[in-house]
Design a protein around this ligand. Structure first.
Ligand SMILES: Cc1cc2nc3c(=O)[nH]c(=O)nc-3n(C[C@H](O)[C@H](O)[C@H](O)COP(=O)(O)O)c2cc1C
Length: 351
């Protein structure tokens, strides 16, 4: 990836087609900043677009936050004699007050007005009504697509995996019957039978699946003995679970596949595309290194394609999926013992 300074190479780069298609939307390349604070600022989003981002996913709108805010507002009005303007304690809600939904829709409209690239809104809903109502609001505010951030930690032993999956599928089905923009579902890695669930998402009408959501893990503060949220940025090693599942799913489903988690360098993007990803979503690396880093990854992707004689991303896509890989079993459990064995032999060699 060091040959950019040669004219011949530059000429050939002009002929490399890195465009892709995600959720039925044509994109200039497979690099998309993922749902994160990167979309809180229009300036940052513009810098990402200038660096080559093909689309942007907004941070999530959380229905839980909306419900909390509505409850707080109700308590506030109750506290002042049920909001009676005649009451002595009455203080009106400031005219400039904007709810979490309004703030989100404003930001979406702003991003749409200032960017040329598609803007994908992200929704974390908890109720059927919320998914539908908010999904429709986001569509009306101009979102090019919706990404459903499915983040449910099931703690009730009475709730089965089938209960959780069926609930997602029913909500998704209902939402899709009410909106016309494409809907992707961002899922976590903990499914016992992932291909079955992804196929059912597709049957319910999902246009894409984003793998994998990265849950924060609670931690215990040894000083205070309090449970505290811990959010650390990813490392490239985290990209392998998504790569495996994209490779396995590529020839089993036809919906779009997006990879997220641990994608930090061009090599990570290339592996995901070879496995079968339509796009890659980046977050931690852009938070760490800034928007301009995206241009570097893009240039390195093009260089690699030229060096390896690929003329288009389409040609690369899925060429090392499970079905097409030289050793398909490596995507599965079959190699487990062999991997352990390799590790033990290499340890012996160290002595
Ligand atoms: C600070 C921060 C905020 C995030 N906010 C959201 C969010 O609002 N919605 C969402 O679906 N994912 C969110 N994510 C997850 C990212 O979109 C991404 O999927 C995850 O971090 C894995 O990608 P990475 O390894 O490139 O960071 C957030 C991640 C970080 C680090």
């Amino acid at each position: 990836m060091t040959l950019r300074n040669n004219d011949l190479m530059n000429q050939r780069i002009d002929t490399v087609d890195i465009s892709t298609n995600y959720l039925g939307i044509p994109l200039r390349n497979p690099l998309v900043p993922s749902a994160s604070p990167l979309s809180h600022s229009v300036d940052t989003a513009r810098q990402l677009e200038d660096a080559g981002a093909a689309a942007i996913v907004m941070y999530s709108l959380f229905e839980e936050e909306i419900l909390d805010e509505e409850q707080a507002l109700t308590r506030f009005l109750r506290h002042q004699d049920i909001g009676d303007p005649e009451a002595s304690s009455y203080r009106p809600v400031p005219a400039a007050f904007k709810s979490a939904v309004e703030r989100y829709l404003d930001q979406l409209a702003l991003l749409k007005a200032r960017l040329a690239i598609p803007v994908i809104a992200s929704l974390n809903g908890v109720t059927r009504g919320g998914w539908i109502r908010l999904g429709k609001d986001l569509q009306e505010a101009g979102a090019d697509a919706l990404e459903l951030n499915v983040y449910h930690i099931s703690t009730d032993p009475a709730e089965s995996a089938a209960d959780v999956e069926n609930r997602y599928l029913e909500f998704l089905h209902d939402l899709i019957s009410q909106v016309s923009i494409p809907v992707a579902v961002k899922i976590g890695p903990q499914f016992s039978a992932l291909p079955n669930f992804v196929r059912r998402l597709e049957t319910a009408g999902a246009a894409g699946v984003v793998m994998f959501n990265r849950f924060y893990h609670p931690n215990i503060d040894l000083e205070t003995r309090q449970v505290v949220p811990s959010m650390v940025l990813s490392t490239p090693a985290e990209s392998l679970p998504a790569m495996r599942w994209i490779g396995i799913l590529r020839n089993q489903v036809s919906l779009s596949l997006a990879a997220t988690g641990g994608i930090h360098a061009a090599g990570d993007v290339i592996k995901m595309v070879l496995a079968g990803a339509d796009i890659t979503q980046l977050c931690s690396v852009l938070l760490q290194r800034g928007p301009a880093h995206l241009a570097k990854i893009l240039a390195e992707l093009e260089d690699w394609m030229v060096q390896n004689e690929y003329s288009s991303l389409t040609e690369m896509k899925g060429s090392v999926s499970q079905k097409k890989a030289i050793n398909p079993a490596a995507f599965e459990h079959a190699n487990y013992l062999q991997v352990l064995d390799t590790y033990i032999s290499s340890r012996r060699g160290e002595r």
